[in-house]
Design a protein around this ligand. Structure first.
Ligand SMILES: [Zn+2]
Ligand SMILES: [Zn+2]
Ligand SMILES: [Zn+2]
Ligand SMILES: [Zn+2]
Ligand SMILES: [Zn+2]
Ligand SMILES: [Zn+2]
Ligand SMILES: [Zn+2]
Length: 201
């Protein structure tokens, strides 16, 4: 009984082995005839990277809010850089408070008479009775102290430039290309394998 069993087992193993061998050889045969050849251009992915046509490979495009300038008009002063000085109405000067805008003041030596107490022509004002105002140098006006003579008050927001940094691009003038996400290249169907990743030979 034991012997008989051993013999059966032996035959069984031979049959299994032969079956496996024949399967294996058949499979190899199939592979040999229908082989998938990976596309060398795209390494089998079916996609290739091409230069982004929107940003021409730069990865950034001009900011549409500031047209690439990086600045935008100051909304506080409407791009004027400031507003008219209310103290001098934009003239940049104010009346000399020393001579009341006359440009000259009464001669203090002759009290405006032009002659001294002895009837002589006053040597200080040479007989005119008045002398040039030292405070305004005879102009009658001085530089406006509120606007330092500019005629307008400088805008604090833009420091007088009339422009502020563009908030969209933080003043860079460029923003990341949304088409390629800033990489400068986009994926396209591989022209070599028509996006298949290879071909079956
Ligand atoms: Zn390909
Ligand atoms: Zn791009
Ligand atoms: Zn002023
Ligand atoms: Zn004066
Ligand atoms: Zn005088
Ligand atoms: Zn401003
Ligand atoms: Zn911008």
């Amino acid at each position: 009984m034991g012997r008989h069993y051993k013999w059966l087992k032996c035959v069984f193993i031979i049959v299994i082995t032969l079956t496996m061998f024949s399967c294996k050889s058949r499979r190899r045969h199939v592979i040999h005839h229908k082989q998938f050849v990976e596309c060398s251009r795209c390494s089998g992915s079916g996609e290739v990277l091409v230069v982004c046509t929107i940003c021409e490979g730069a990865g950034t495009v001009n900011c549409s809010d500031c047209y690439g300038s990086g600045t935008e008009e100051c909304t506080w002063c409407w791009g004027q850089g400031g507003e008219e000085c209310s103290d001098c109405d934009g003239s940049g000067r104010e009346e000399c408070s020393w001579c009341w805008g006359e440009g000259y003041e009464e001669c203090s030596w002759c009290w405006g008479d032009g002659v001294d107490s002895w009837g002589e022509i006053c040597t200080r004002c040479h007989g005119s009775g008045h002398i040039r105002c030292d405070y305004c140098n005879g102009y009658g006006y001085i530089r406006c102290s509120s606007c330092y003579g500019r005629g307008y008050e400088i805008c604090d927001t833009c420091n007088g430039s009339g422009k502020v940094e563009c908030s969209t691009c933080d003043g860079h003038g460029k923003v990341y290309c949304s088409v390629c996400d800033g990489s400068g290249s986009i994926k396209a169907k591989c022209p070599e394998c028509d996006g298949q990743g290879g071909r079956i030979e």
